[in-house]
Write a protein that binds this ligand. Structure first.
Ligand SMILES: C[S@@+](CC[C@H](N)C(=O)[O-])C[C@H]1O[C@@H](n2cnc3c(N)ncnc32)[C@H](O)[C@@H]1O
Length: 322
């Protein structure tokens, strides 16, 4: 791509994220992303990063926070980033956007409960593995008494007649794969996950959940996550699910990192493997569930074996049955 094309793409990406942050209650990120998209110097700086995910707004903003830089106002942000570009660049090159949102388990639980157990969970793009433990958390739907016995209660608002289960699912086996598995016992990894949480209305509660889930998962022992590319590893993981246990491959906010051609190959592979496939992704991401546009624009689509069953808030805060 020529230089102007790259500049235009950076502008577009930051403008889109400004809208996304705004909708998600992250006002300061929205302002910074919008100003950045209009600032020739800063767009030029971001365009010096390798093409693709390294130019992701969330990665840059997370890197600045990781280095204790300011993310409250545009002028302070810009001056700091220009002055500290080398360390910012280093963090951006070393790290990835790996937001691990445990509350997605609240959106997934009623879906997983429709499948015959016990379940053998294979999470592709598992980050630190917090979503591999849906059986270790408790759940409160629409403020009702919690289901499950856990110090961490995940709350979720439902609509459309969600079949809320009366118990958590039985997980007999679990494994994950990630390009870069994060370690819940590593303070710097957990801090990085914290830095990926947007500032704003939901920040404190998301941080609290992250810390609580990381402690629970660390106490359960290191999650069995293979380092590698999901396309290369997933079939092997499914083949390791013990007999009598239902294999379930699942993922949340992951396939967006794959090219459209790779997403299609992944969907085809899911059709060939035994067991079930649960996807929790933005509706345009998966051709297999095309047409699954949610009633609420910011929601993600949950599909089982390529069939839409529900829509959910991107961080599991809400669930609408289809
Ligand atoms: C936004 S995070 C979501 C993490 C987790 N699924 C959740 O819901 O909290 C996306 C994760 O997908 C991983 N990822 C992206 N592309 C991948 C690939 N080709 N193979 C394996 N993991 C990948 C990233 O490293 C990252 O940890």
């Amino acid at each position: 791509m020529d230089r102007q094309g790259e500049i235009d793409r950076v502008r577009l990406w930051f403008t889109r994220f400004a809208d996304h942050y705004e909708a998600g209650g992250a006002a300061s990120y929205a302002r910074i992303a919008r100003e950045l998209a209009a600032d020739d110097d800063m767009v030029g700086l971001v365009a010096t990063l390798p093409e693709g995910n390294k130019r992701q707004p969330n990665l840059l903003l997370g890197a600045v926070r990781f280095l204790d830089g300011p993310v409250d106002d545009w002028a302070g942000f810009k001056a700091w980033v220009v002055e500290h570009w080398e360390p910012v660049r280093k963090v951006v090159l070393e790290r990835m956007t790996q937001t691990n949102e445990v509350r997605r388990c609240a959106a997934l639980l009623p879906v997983l409960a429709t499948l015959e157990g016990p379940l053998g969970l294979v999470e592709v793009g598992s980050s630190a593995g917090l979503c591999l433990y849906p059986d270790r958390y408790a759940y409160s739907y629409d403020g009702a008494d919690p289901i499950g016995d856990s110090p961490l209660v995940l709350e979720c608002a439902t609509s459309g007649g969600v079949p809320v289960p009366d118990r958590v699912v039985e997980v007999a086996w679990r494994a994950g794969v990630d390009l870069n598995p994060l370690d819940v016992a590593d303070e710097q990894d957990v801090r990085w996950l914290e830095c990926l949480i947007w500032p704003g209305t939901n920040e404190a509660a998301r941080r609290e959940r992250l810390r609580a889930a990381a402690a629970l998962v660390a106490a359960a022992g290191p999650p069995p996550i293979v380092a590698g590319d999901l396309m290369e590893v997933v079939a092997d993981l499914v083949s390791r699910v013990p007999a009598g246990v239902t294999p379930v491959v699942f993922h949340g906010a992951v396939l967006t990192y794959l090219s459209p051609a790779r997403r299609e190959r992944f969907a085809a592979l899911m059709g060939e493997l035994p067991g079930h496939w649960v996807s929790y992704e933005g509706w345009p991401v998966l051709p297999a569930v095309a047409g699954a546009r949610p009633p609420v624009a910011t929601d993600l689509t949950i599909a089982v074996d390529g069939r839409v069953v529900a829509w959910a808030g991107e961080h599991g805060q809400s669930l609408t049955w289809a």
